[in-house]
Design a binder for this molecule. Sequence first.
Ligand code: HEM
Length: 455
Amino acid sequence: MPSDQLPPGPRGSSWLGGSLRDFTARRLDFFLDVARDYGPLASFRFGPRRMFLASDPALIEQVLVTDAKHYIKHFGARMYKPVLGNGLVTSEGEFWLRQRRLSQPAFLKQRVHSYAPAMAELTRRMLADWRPGKWVDVQYEFSGLTSAIALKTLFGLESTEDRATFVEALREAFDLMSARFRTVLAVPRWVPTPANRKLKRAIRHLDTVMDGFIAAGKKRAAEREGQGSTAGEAVDLLTRLLAARDEDGSAMTPRQLRDEAMTLYLAGHETTALTLSWAWLLLAQNPAAEDRLVAEWKAVLGGRSPTPDDLPNLPYTDAVIAEAMRVYPPVYLIGREATKELELGGYRVKKGYTIFMSQWVNHRDPAYFPDPGAFKPERWLDGLAKRIPKYAYYPFGGGPRVCIGNTFALMEAAILLATVGQRYRFTLDPAAVIDFDPQITLLPKYGIPATLAAR
Ligand code: HEM
């Protein structure tokens, strides 16, 4: 019988808001403190909402895998629906399952591998504009590069003009959405306030841009029809989604296509850019690790970009990426909401309760990662991933809703790291203040300012 009591936890600094203010002020430390002070399952409130923080890997597995069908995404994830629509990240139940099945073949290893040349080529184009001595914000540069790669691999989009239009439309919609979240009591979206009208216009603009991409994709798909294709051929993801058919032969509607494409773009590019940005910061701060990495590239690649066939021969590159995502996980927090009364760790989880799980907390657990604050790629080289519980390290989440793009992301990270890193290293600005801005992803608050030096 689960206990009727709540798990231990902080009361929070305000009677009305519970721990909301503490969370808003210092989210990363808030979760670390709660896990340290109250143990594997802790409880607190955000206003009237009851929250648990599960920090024991076995409890995380129960939520993400064993009881997955009784949980939906938490309220925070649902808030982005106006922009993301009902895509893979935000949809639920049968609808989600159908979309996931339709999308999955586009992410088969062989298909993902077909994007490697485009990734390397777009990286080389970025490098063509770089010179030793140039000042860069690492986060800005890699965000631009992964955005270009996402638009090329998703929509077959090459033109920088189209790219700029899309990125601008999206930024506007997101800025307006974020402003909406910051207001405690947002006016419902159907009320025609100036802010709501602006948001509506921004979303409509975004939809028009997306419709254009989808129409172009349809044209490409029609051209390909009858030509026959192979799994390894570099066909953009949108064309693949357009061709996807359910068991009953039905395809995605234009609305679904728009939502899935938007979701893939948003879920895919910034997370990978952050992996690279944090990796470069950590490498710049750990020259011995950087030397070892460069030696691996020299031996295996000799100056060229890696192909998918090279990846198994780049274990240290792999370890650097794994370790960067451990120390600074791009997605540092995920959450689920119970759809019925459940049990977790001996406690009762009532319908509507939210369970948070934080990569930031788990990836810093000294029980599995001695000296957790230190960047030590070596720790991954002798089978650590197999020795620790599965949910001690979960940068891509887990269970049925595990990241669909993990192979894509890991390949992209390795190709970009090696292509850039064989030409340049980053000298951090000595006066740079490196801090975190934990939003949906773990952003650097003031960027990562650095100067390029020839390797
Ligand atoms: C290093 C890069 C990435 C990281 C750290 C990352 C992390 C994650 C995490 C933690 C989740 C699970 C969220 C949850 O359980 O609530 C997720 C889901 C997802 N990711 Fe990624 N991701 C990355 C790259 C990508 C890429 C490149 C794509 C697409 C091209 C992508 C598409 C998605 C989608 C569609 C989902 C939702 C899957 C579902 O619910 O069925 N991600 N990602």
